[in-house]
Design a binder for this molecule. Structure first.
Ligand SMILES: *[C@@H]1O[C@H](CO)[C@@H](O)[C@H](O)[C@H]1NC(C)=O
Ligand SMILES: *[C@@H]1O[C@H](CO)[C@@H](O)[C@H](O)[C@H]1NC(C)=O
Ligand SMILES: *[C@@H]1O[C@H](CO)[C@@H](O)[C@H](O)[C@H]1NC(C)=O
Ligand SMILES: *[C@@H]1O[C@H](CO)[C@@H](O)[C@H](O)[C@H]1NC(C)=O
Length: 593
């Protein structure tokens, strides 16, 4: 086989040239006889070439072989994009192509914005550029091409839009409390920050500048029940965006002051409370107290802001319940209060005391999160007492603290009057020095007097009893001997509240006083009123003699309220001597004394 001694590669100038002149070729490249590849450089991009190769033998030239091929175009800029839209500018960026570059040309075609010319030649090592002095809220087509030693690449275009100077959308002011409101807004594209101001009608004005990441701010330190104007505007570097304003009002008060259960029966109770201004709703939770767990399940209910009472139905008889009421301000949970009540033992047809309940109130501070369960903590515990109990001791109290204890008697479905007593517990240190008197009780309340009793205190030389009108006035006092354990306070005003203190004495020194309050009666009440024996047409009634009374007025009426009858008797009827009167046989009569 004959091997070539060399190979000639002939590369003519581009075929696209109008007249391919003879000899219009690049200098031929001589290759060794055993070479198989060859790199041809310095061609023009995107141009058609014909390449010819022939072998040379000693004294002979072989046949030529020719191929036609096209050089690719120079690569364009890739990933040309708008990095940032400004009010008056566009920041552009791109990825540099491979290969040796002389630079770039970036421009806004004249046809896109008549009147605007923009053209900038950039160095080959740049990869971003800001076009400024544009107009607000306008679309621009921006083009770029890379410049190579061989010529320019194809241009690449994108469309960018400058920002509009817009106000904040959807400014909301929510969850007002007595001293805070929360502002919430939709973020504004391109804003570098926000300014919030708040001003009250009294001219108090404050503001805060917030970064671009904010879309929520809690305004604090406001005055309760005050109207504020809240404004916000976006900031674009050093340009203030348009301002919008909305009014907001802080709450006047956010606590329920009273919560009580009334009309307690075997299976229902009416719960009522005072309405709280600004409350969007209430959440009422109820369930058995720890002692009665298992007799009923805890339940809860959402009520709207205009509700101030709710009838609890289907509660279990002879069970103590704890009620908790939470005030809702939107989804913010306000303070809660608790109270207890006890359902009656059984359905009764007489006026005998069937159940008694003690109510205590407690409030808890405002909090953002809470589960709605009847709460039975952090308060002096409520206790349920059987009707046979006439004495009760509350243990585990804190020293030097005033406790308010109320007691109700319940007569069938009727709630008796509430009697309250406030009591200051003794201080620890003083009682160490002189033992404080214990168990001071107002055992009898008269129109003009109280009878007090207390427990004998060891090691004292006497007791000092002092009393004064509850709402201020002269204090009177009396010393009694150490053997005395009761005292009658005389000469009091009727229907008046008094503060009473009993202190133990050692020589001339006084121990810490035991404070009780009591109120004199306005008129004596009939006690022990009961129906003894009821037949189809009569009922026998019984009550305890009232010492000062000159007679009794007995009245009765049909429960429907129609066909009422009244006895106007003023004669002194002897109690415990049954009275019989004709009743309607078909329904219960309602008798009042
Ligand atoms: C609140 O609730 C009560 C009882 O469910 C209803 O009668 C009353 O119409 C409600 N009020 C409003 C303003 O929705
Ligand atoms: C504020 O109120 C809104 C609507 O009433 C509620 O969606 C949001 O969770 C509340 N924020 C807080 C912190 O309670
Ligand atoms: C009391 O009477 C009501 C109504 O008649 C009834 O629903 C309830 O079950 C009774 N309670 C008891 C403990 O007997
Ligand atoms: C109740 O009254 C009826 C009729 O007057 C009498 O027969 C009965 O003995 C009385 N019962 C009692 C417990 O007093």
């Amino acid at each position: 086989m004959l091997l070539p001694i060399s190979v000639h590669l002939l590369v003519p100038l581009p075929l696209s040239l109008p007249v391919p002149l003879p000899g219009n070729v690049l200098p031929p490249t001589d290759l060794k006889g055993d070479e198989r590849t060859s790199l041809v450089t310095e061609l023009t991009p995107k141009t058609e070439y014909s390449l010819t190769v022939y072998a040379i033998y000693p004294g002979l030239i072989g046949d030529s072989a020719t191929i036609i091929t096209q050089t690719p175009p120079v690569p364009p800029v890739s990933n040309f994009r708008v990095m940032e839209e400004g009010l008056f500018s566009l920041r552009l960026a791109w990825t540099p192509p491979l290969g040796k570059l002389e630079g770039y040309k970036i421009f806004i075609p004249r046809s896109d914005r008549p009147g605007l010319t923009y053209e900038q030649v950039l160095r080959g090592d740049t990869s971003s550029h800001v076009i400024d002095s544009l107009e607000e809220d306008k679309k621009y087509t921006v083009s770029i091409f890379a410049i190579y030693p061989q010529g320019p690449s194809q241009p690449v275009s994108i469309v960018g839009k400058t920002l509009k100077l817009v106000p904040v959308q959807q400014l909301l002011v929510q969850n007002a409390t007595t001293d805070t409101v929360q502002a919430r807004w939709g973020s504004v594209k391109g804003a570098t920050g926000y300014r919030i101001t708040w001003s009250s009608s009294e001219g108090h004005r404050e503001n805060v500048n917030l970064g671009e990441t904010f879309n929520f701010y809690m305004i604090q330190g406001l005055h309760p029940g005050t109207e504020y104007a809240i404004t916000i505007n976006p900031i674009f570097v050093d340009i203030e965006g348009p301002v919008i304003s909305i009014p907001a009002k802080t709450l006047e008060s956010s606590a329920v002051q009273t919560l009580k259960a009334s009309a307690v029966s075997t299976n229902s109770a009416m719960v009522s409370w005072n309405s709280v201004p600004g409350a969007t709703g209430y959440r009422l939770a109820w369930g058995p107290t720890p002692e009665f767990v298992g007799r009923d399940r805890p339940r809860q209910l959402a009520l709207n802001g205009s509700t101030t009472e709710h009838l609890l139905k289907n509660v279990v008889h002879d069970t103590e319940y704890v009620l908790s009421l939470y005030v809702l301000f939107g989804s913010l949970v306000g303070p809660g209060v608790s109270a207890t009540f006890r359902t009656c033992e059984s359905n009764v047809s007489s006026f005998l005391v069937k159940c008694i309940f003690i109510t205590t109130l407690t409030t808890s501070p405002l909090s953002g999160t809470r589960s709605y369960h009847p709460s039975y903590g952090n308060t002096p515990q409520s206790q349920y007492l059987d009707r046979s109990v006439l004495f009760h001791r509350i243990e585990g109290l804190n020293p030097e603290t005033v406790y308010i204890v109320s007691i109700h008697a319940v007569y069938g479905n009727t709630e008796g009057p509430e009697i309250s007593l406030s009591q200051l517990t003794a201080s620890v240190t003083e009682s160490e020095l002189i033992q404080a008197v214990k168990e001071v009780k107002v055992v009898d309340v008269g129109i003009n007097s109280f009878i007090l009793t207390w427990k004998r205190t060891p090691g004292v030389t006497g007791y000092k009893i002092s009393w004064s009108p509850f709402h201020g006035g002269d204090e009177k006092s009396q010393l009694v001997s150490s053997s005395t354990t009761s005292f009658t306070i005389p000469k009091l005003q009727e229907s008046s509240a008094y503060k009473i203190q009993v202190a133990s004495m050692v020589g001339g020194r006084e121990g810490s006083p035991f404070l009780v309050t009591a109120r004199t009666l306005d008129l004596p009440k009939v006690n022990g009123f009961a129906a003894l024996n009821t037949t189809d047409s009569s009922t026998s009634l019984n009550w305890i003699r009232v010492a000062e009374a000159s007679g009794y007025l007995l009245s009765w009426r049909h429960i429907s309220g129609q066909r009422s009858k009244h006895s106007q008797s003023h004669q002194a009827v002897t109690p415990a001597q049954p009275i019989t009167s004709g009743c309607d046989t078909s329904t219960d009569d309602h008798i009042r004394l």
